[in-house]
Design a protein around this ligand. Structure first.
Ligand code: FAD
Ligand code: DLZ
Ligand code: SF4
Length: 509
């Protein structure tokens, strides 16, 4: 006799999940379901689907070994209803109970589906985060600006991470000044830890290959870890071999090294296989033991207790319509180059090829290459949001949408970013080795050979002059424009119109 159904979603693979904590092994039934709706709300990268499904299957097996009863729906189950709520209803009918316990889903789409389900659903808080939504709201309430740095300091105090009493370790809250260096290829830099697929993963890979082989992205080779043990091994590998250089190379981009010193822990964190605090405690311990410098430890911890928690706070606070925001009124269709179409721009070509092969690009590739280009070209932020949600291994709406809509595209009107993240080609040239192999010349500001970023940068600023000219951080840029001679200004805008015209007509840029 089953008392209640306990829903465990594909990104809730944590032994300490609140729904499991509230459940009773002897009488409750765990429901896990691979369903068509979740596999297709955007055309996910095949590696991402494989990761989620294989991690779900491994987690279900662990629950069973631990004594839980699990009703597990496979994607190819002919009786499947195709949706999470449909599967709950099907199990409710089969087991004679409409009572469901679930941990709050990460995204509005599923929160709303569960709230409206014809079942008696109890939603429990997702306590796998450091800040509760209430804490975030209390912090945000009445503030004119929701700057991440102030939230981050609150999280440092709350966790005690890198704190000496009430003061930050090393005398500063933020060591970014020591980061942001370009990088050179380094044969001794460790590669991320790779995992060979086991039989369970192999079965999933066959299924995903057959069903989703047409989606953008290479399914094979597949090297992601799929269990908590794998995720812990990946954390250990990062802490031992890569963390020390994390700060120095954080913003750098190299053709020959897509990963540099990045951790690649986001998929494991977002699926629930790792907890944010355990990662940060390990990072802190490496610093305390003198094995990594403070700029690396602080920089890394800030990404997790700062940016990651802040993004979730914004997503929940801003509500379900956040993904539809379009403060700058951008309407352009997403250029084909984002799906691997031909382009002469080496930086975009490289970032997209890497995304296709690895389902991964690091933060600066997402923000300052693809994001920067889309913003300068006036791409519809909703279309871009769906692209980021589809193509990255770690993409879940609660973290992807604030990064895309807010940080990258300024489509929320400046809730997250105090000014748009735009740059000319200079920034990409300084931080990468992309420009040397490009058909365009980054030093050329006008003319056919000019880097499109150089042209679109000014066009963007002029198109949105009314909004940004009064921004104190952008005033100097507009003054540079005023000082340019008329002929140069006309050549820049004509060049931008030429690039935009080509995009409009679907021609190669
Ligand atoms: P590292 O560089 O090793 O950083 C460590 C950890 O910090 C990451 O694992 C991640 O958990 C966290 N982190 C770092 N930056 C951010 C950030 N801006 N927001 C939230 N967490 C952060 N991250 C996602 O997890 N999922 C997404 O769907 C996602 N979409 C993004 C879309 C855009 C347009 C941009 C600009 C950024 C996006 N990010 C997203 C943030 C960031 O790019 C990734 O977290 C990071 O690249 C993951 O790789 P990593 O684990 O090697 O990160
Ligand atoms: C991303 C994903 C995919 C591809 N498939 C499933 C699935 O079949 N079953 C499931 O429970 N979850 C899946 N997920 C993760 C969900 O989409 C995720 O739980 C929601 O986006 C909420 O964050
Ligand atoms: Fe990208 Fe411009 Fe450099 Fe080419 S020249 S790689 S388009 S920044």
């Amino acid at each position: 006799m089953v008392k209640r159904l306990v829903l465990v979603l594909g990104d809730q693979l944590s032994a300490g999940l609140s729904a499991l904590g509230a459940a009773d092994k002897a009488h409750d039934l765990i429901v896990m379901a691979e369903v068509a709706d979740e596999a297709s709300y955007v055309p996910h990268h095949p590696k991402k689907i494989a990761l989620v499904l294989s991690a779900m299957r491994h987690f279900a097996a662990e629950l069973e070994r631990d004594g839980w009863q699990v009703a597990y729906t496979r994607l190819d189950d002919p009786d499947s209803s195709g949706s999470i709520v449909g599967e709950l209803i099907r199990r409710a009918e089969a087991y004679g109970t409409g009572k469901v316990i679930a941990t709050m889903p990460g995204e509005w789409r599923l929160i709303q589906a569960l709230e409206n389900a014809p079942l008696s659903v109890t939603l429990l808080p997702d306590d796998r985060f450091i800040a509760t939504p209430g804490e975030f709201d209390a912090w945000a309430e009445g503030r004119k600006e929701l700057r991440m740095e102030w939230f981050y300091r609150m999280m440092r105090r709350k966790t005690g991470l890198l704190m000496e009493g009430d003061t930050p370790a090393g005398g500063k809250w933020n060591f970014d000044h020591d980061n942001r260096k370009p990088a050179a290829p380094d044969l001794f830099r460790a590669a991320p830890l790779r995992f060979a697929p086991d039989a369970v993963t192999q079965e999933v890979l066959d299924l995903v290959g057959a069903r989703f082989g047409g989606n953008f992205g290479a399914l094979l080779p597949f090297h992601y870890g799929v269990t908590r043990a794998d995720a812990l091994a990946a954390l250990d590998h990062f802490a031992r071999h890569l963390l020390a250089g994390f700060g120095d190379t954080q913003d750098a981009m190299l053709e020959s090294d897509p990963f540099l010193n990045h951790s690649l822990l986001s998929p494991y964190l977002n699926l629930g296989l790792l907890r944010p605090l355990e990662i940060c405690r390990r990072v802190e311990a490496e610093w305390q033991a003198g094995r990594v410098p403070i700029n690396a430890a602080e920089g890394y911890i800030r990404q997790i207790i700062g940016w990651r928690e802040y993004m979730r706070g914004i997503y929940l606070r801003e509500g379900p319509d956040y993904t539809a925001r379009n403060a700058l009124g951008h309407e352009r269709a997403l250029p084909a180059m984002f799906w691997g179409g031909e382009t002469r721009m080496n930086c975009i070509s490289h970032a997209v090829a890497q995304t296709r092969d690895e389902a991964y690009a690091h933060h600066i590739q997402r923000l300052m290459v693809t994001g920067n280009f889309a913003l300068l070209a006036g791409v519809d932020p909703g279309a871009l949001h769906e692209w980021y949600l589809a193509v990255y291994i770690d993409a879940f709406e609660w973290v992807e949408a604030p990064n895309t809509i807010g940080m990258s595209q300024f489509a929320d009107g400046g809730i997250i970013a105090s000014k748009p993240y735009v740059s000319s080609g200079n920034y990409i040239d300084r931080m990468s080795d992309y420009c040397a192999g490009c058909a365009y010349k980054v030093k050329d500001k006008t003319g056919e050979s000019a880097c499109p970023f150089n042209l679109l940068y000014w066009d963007f600023l002029i198109r949105h002059r009314d909004r940004f000219a009064r921004n104190p951080r952008m005033g100097p840029i507009y003054r540079t424009w005023e000082r340019m001679d008329e002929g140069r200004r006309a050549a820049l805008l004509e060049g931008a119109a030429r690039v935009l015209g080509r995009l409009e007509r679907g021609e190669v840029v």
